[in-house]
Design a binder for this molecule. Structure first.
Ligand SMILES: Cc1cc2nc3c(=O)[nH]c(=O)nc-3n(C[C@H](O)[C@H](O)[C@H](O)COP(=O)(O)OP(=O)(O)OC[C@H]3O[C@@H](n4cnc5c(N)ncnc54)[C@H](O)[C@@H]3O)c2cc1C
Length: 435
C-alpha cells in the first residue's frame, strides 16, 4: 500500500482524495490542512467567498457517485448577469445553459462530509497542521501544529510519504520547494484587484426591490472599482467589492459610518441591505489579494505533483480557478487509468497535458475583461454579435467568449485560439497605456 500525503484540504485536495479512494486499497490517504475544520467554524468566520461552478467543474464531480448532487444542494441556479454602470443597465445577459452559485465553505463542507461518509473515516484529515518544509530526496514533510495547546515536543513533527500531492493553493509551500529543482521555471504576479466580501441582509422585501434573483448583479462603480452580488441558498446574498491596491476610496474607509456612506453614495440600491454590524465586520475583514502564477512543470520525479492553484492560480475575474482545479483532478485520474497507476509516467504526462491549458487560462484571465470603459463597451457589443452569429450560423461561428468559459468544457487553449484577436487587442491597449 502506498502512502499518499495531500497538503491542503481545499477543493483540489479533497476532490483528489475522493478519486484516490475510488482506486481501492492500493493507497493510504492522509490530508494535512493548515486551517481548522470548516465543518466546525461558522460561515461568517470561515472567510468564505462566493463561487460560480460550471460544466467544467461539475463534469469532474459527476464521476464520484453522489458528489454532484451534494454540491448542487448548496447552490442556486445562475441564470445570467446584469451589469450596471452609472445607474444604467450596460448589459442584461441570460445564459443558454445555467451554471451554479455557491460559496467556498459550503462546497468544501459538502465534499468533506461525503468523503467522511464514503471512506468510513479511512482518509485521515489532520487540521491545524501547517506544512513548513519538504525534503524530496528523503520523502519527508515537516509540519507545525498551529492551534491549540500542544506540548512543546509535539508542536513540530515529520511525516514520510511515497507520493506527495501539493494542493496547497496559490502560495504553495510544495511548489516553493520545486523552485530548488533543476530547470523549474515559475512566474507570479498580483492581479490589480483586491477584494472584500459583504454579507447582505436576506430580507426578501428589501432584496427583491434592488436585485434580480438568480442573476449576478454587477456594478461598475468607476475604473478599477466593481461590486458584485452573488445569490445564495435561502434568499441570502454575498457581495464582493473589488478595488485597486493603491490608495482609493475603499482602502481609506476607516469607520462603519464611512462604510455606510460609501454604499449610500455609490450603490444606493444596495445600501439598505447592509446592516451596521455588517459594516463593522466589513472593516475588520482583511483585504484579499489575488495571485496569478504559472510554472512549466507540475511534478518532480515519480513522487511529487502539484495541482489546482498550487500549479496555476488565476484571479477571480472569469470564475475559473476552482473549476479548473476540479478538471486537474479528473485529468490526473484518467492518466492513472491510462498508465495503470504507474506514477512516473502519469505525473510527467500531467505536466505535458495540462500546461497548454494553464498557460492559455493565464492569458484569458489577464486579458478577457478590459479595464477601460470604451473597450469594455466594445466587448459587450462583440459578445452580443457573437451570440447572434452563433445562433444563426453555428457551423461557422463559435459561441461568445464568456459562454465558452462558463458553459462548456472546451479546453482553454482552444478558447484562446478562437478569441486570439480580442485577447491581442486588450493586451496591446495595456502596452500603449504603459508606454
Ligand atoms: C474572490 C474570489 C472569487 C473566486 N471565485 C471563483 C469562482 O466563482 N469560480 C471558480 O472556479 N473559482 C473561483 N475562485 C478561485 C478559487 O478560489 C480557487 O481557484 C480554488 O480555491 C483553488 O482550489 P485549490 O484547492 O487548488 O486551492 P485553495 O482553495 O487555495 O486550497 C488550498 C488549501 O491548502 C491549505 N494550505 C495552504 N498552505 C498550506 C500549508 N503550508 N500547509 C497545510 N495546508 C496549507 C489552505 O489553507 C487551503 O485550504 C475565486 C477566488 C477568489 C479569491
Amino acid at each position: 500500500m502506498k502512502k499518499v500525503i495531500i497538503v491542503g484540504a481545499g477543493p483540489a485536495g479533497v476532490l483528489l482524495a475522493h478519486y484516490l479512494l475510488r482506486r481501492g486499497t492500493q493507497y493510504k490517504i492522509e490530508i494535512y490542512e493548515r486551517r481548522s475544520d470548516l465543518q466546525k467554524v461558522s460561515l461568517a468566520n470561515s472567510r468564505t467567498i462566493p463561487y460560480g461552478i460550471n460544466d467544467r467543474g461539475l463534469r469532474a464531480l459527476r464521476k464520484i457517485e453522489g458528489l454532484e448532487a451534494a454540491v448542487k444542494a448548496t447552490c442556486v441556479e445562475n441564470h445570467g448577469s446584469i451589469i450596471y454602470q452609472k445607474n444604467k443597465i450596460l448589459e442584461n445577459r441570460s445564459k443558454k445553459k445555467y451554471s451554479f452559485n455557491t460559496d467556498r465553505t459550503s462546497i468544501l463542507i459538502a465534499l468533506l462530509s461525503q468523503l467522511t461518509e464514503k471512506s468510513d473515516n479511512k482518509v485521515e484529515i489532520h487540521y491545524d497542521c501547517k506544512c513548513t518544509s519538504v525534503d524530496f530526496e528523503n520523502k519527508t514533510l515537516t509540519f507545525e501544529k498551529v492551534k491549540g495547546t500542544v506540548p512543546q515536543n509535539q508542536a513540530e513533527f515529520t511525516v514520510d510519504y511515497d507520493l506527495l500531492i501539493g494542493a496547497d493553493g496559490a502560495r504553495s509551500i510544495v511548489r516553493t520547494h520545486l523552485l530548488n529543482t533543476e530547470f523549474f521555471a515559475f512566474q507570479q504576479e498580483y492581479a490589480s484587484a483586491c477584494y472584500k466580501t459583504v454579507f447582505l441582509s436576506s430580507n426578501k422585501e428589501k432584496t427583491s426591490k434592488s436585485l434580480k434573483p438568480n442573476y449576478l448583479n454587477i456594478w461598475r462603480i468607476e475604473e478599477g472599482i466593481t461590486f458584485g452580488i452573488v445569490p445564495q441558498l435561502d434568499d441570502k446574498f454575498i457581495g464582493i467589492l473589488f478595488f485597486p491596491q493603491k490608495p482609493n476610496k475603499v482602502v481609506n474607509l476607516s469607520t462603519k459610518e464611512e462604510v455606510m456612506a460609501f454604499f449610500q453614495q455609490n450603490l444606493p440600491e444596495v445600501a439598505p441591505l447592509i446592516s451596521e454590524e455588517e459594516a463593522e465586520a466589513f472593516l475588520k475583514r482583511p483585504i484579499g489579494t489575488q495571485l496569478r502564477t504559472r510554472c512549466d512543470r507540475y511534478h518532480y520525479g515519480d513522487s511529487v505533483l502539484i495541482l489546482g492553484d498550487a500549479a496555476h492560480a488565476v484571479s477571480s475575474s472569469l470564475g475559473q480557478g476552482c473549476n479548473n482545479a476540479f478538471e486537474d483532478v479528473l485529468i490526473f485520474d484518467s492518466l492513472l487509468d491510462e498508465y495503470s497507476d504507474e506514477w512516473a509516467t502519469a505525473l510527467e504526462q500531467f505536466t505535458i497535458r495540462r500546461r497548454p491549458d494553464a498557460y492559455a487560462l493565464w492569458e484569458l484571465d489577464t486579458n478577457v475583461i478590459p479595464a477601460s470603459k470604451t473597450l469594455f463597451t466594445e466587448f459587450i457589443l462583440r459578445e452580443s454579435l457573437a451570440k447572434m452569429m452563433n445562433k444563426l450560423f453555428p457551423q461557422f461561428f463559435v459561441p461568445p467568449l464568456r459562454e465558452l468559459l462558463s458553459a462548456s468544457t472546451v479546453p482553454y487553449s482552444d478558447i484562446l485560439k478562437s478569441y486570439q484577436g480580442w485577447i491581442s487587442k486588450v493586451k496591446n491597449s495595456k502596452k500603449k497605456f504603459l508606454n
